[in-house]
Ligand binder design. Structure first.
Ligand code: ADP
Ligand code: MG
Length: 257
């Protein structure tokens, strides 16, 4: 069974009299332990897709399943608990609390899960060490570089030991080098820790760390690269394409970065 399964997902936003159709019957299945890169032009529905995958938003139509469980059937309290424990989010703009130190930022999600003060501090320091910031635990976001801030955000995403990491353009505000190290960090979380990592990016390099690239166009999956390592095959009904084809188009005019 897929860990995350979206079936015929439609998402519409109402803006006055206009209906914006952000997702238009999107199908997607993601297995545990995968690292998936989601690419596509601005406005193609990438963030909307991430919000639905992360149970931050509900689809207008269609089915969103986690371990076969229909997210929309869950009561709000259960949904909040699921989000808090099973999913970690990383955003383009870091979304750290400016008045709190790196350590306190990482501790925050644990407060909501009722983790003791001592345990929070211990885990936060471990996580900051994991992302290479042992020397920065008492620094506030304004005292950190962009790359370091995003590392704090990754550590925070890991606070409650989620199995799923959702990162929406995590390298969008970073220089190439810091961006690359964040991508490597995300890859390690998948390869070494077995986390399922879903990453929205315009960075063609991301295709190298992902075992699958999913391209969105106008709210549907335009194409999916196969799992890396599988034998080459021509397109199948769900638009599967070869790795070479996917990485070649990854260099193309598809991204708007
Ligand atoms: P992407 O992340 O690929 O740039 P989004 O998922 O943010 O795309 O947006 C997809 C479409 O939905 C766009 O046309 C966008 O303008 C629209 N959209 C996104 N969020 C909202 C919202 N809260 N209200 C109205 N329209 C929205
Ligand atoms: Mg977006």
């Amino acid at each position: 069974m897929a860990l995350l399964h979206l079936k015929a997902i439609t998402k519409e936003y109402q803006l006055g009299k206009t209906t914006v159709r952000a997702l238009r019957g999107l199908d997607l299945a993601i297995d545990a332990g995968e690292i998936v890169a989601i690419m596509g032009p601005s406005g193609s529905g990438k963030s909307t897709l991430m919000h639905i995958l992360g149970a931050l938003d509900v689809p207008t139509d269609g089915l969103a399943l986690i371990d076969g469980q229909d997210l929309q059937a869950l009561k709000e309290r259960k949904l909040v608990a699921l989000r808090g424990r099973r999913i970690g989010f990383v955003f383009q703009t870091f979304n750290l609390i400016q008045t709190l130190s790196a350590q306190r930022n990482v501790e925050l999600p644990m407060v909501f899960q009722g983790v003791s003060k001592r345990e929070r501090a211990r885990r936060a320091r471990d996580l900051l060490a994991r992302v290479g910031l042992s020397e920065r635990v008492h620094h506030k976001p304004s005292e950190l570089s962009g790359g370091e801030r995003q590392r704090v955000a990754v550590a925070r995403a890991l606070a409650n030991e989620p199995e799923i990491i959702l990162a929406d353009e995590p390298t969008g505000n970073l220089d190439t080098e810091s961006g690359q190290s964040i991508l490597e960090l995300l890859r390690d979380l998948s390869v070494e820790d077995g986390k399922t990592v879903i990453l929205v990016t315009h960075d063609p390099e991301a295709a190298d760390i992902a075992n699958r690239v999913i391209r969105l166009r106008d709210g549907v999956v335009a194409s999916k690269a196969r799992h890396i390592g599988e034998a080459s095959q021509t397109a199948s009904p769900d638009g599967v394409e070869s790795d070479s084809g996917a990485s070649a188009s990854g260099q193309g005019g598809d991204a708007d970065a």
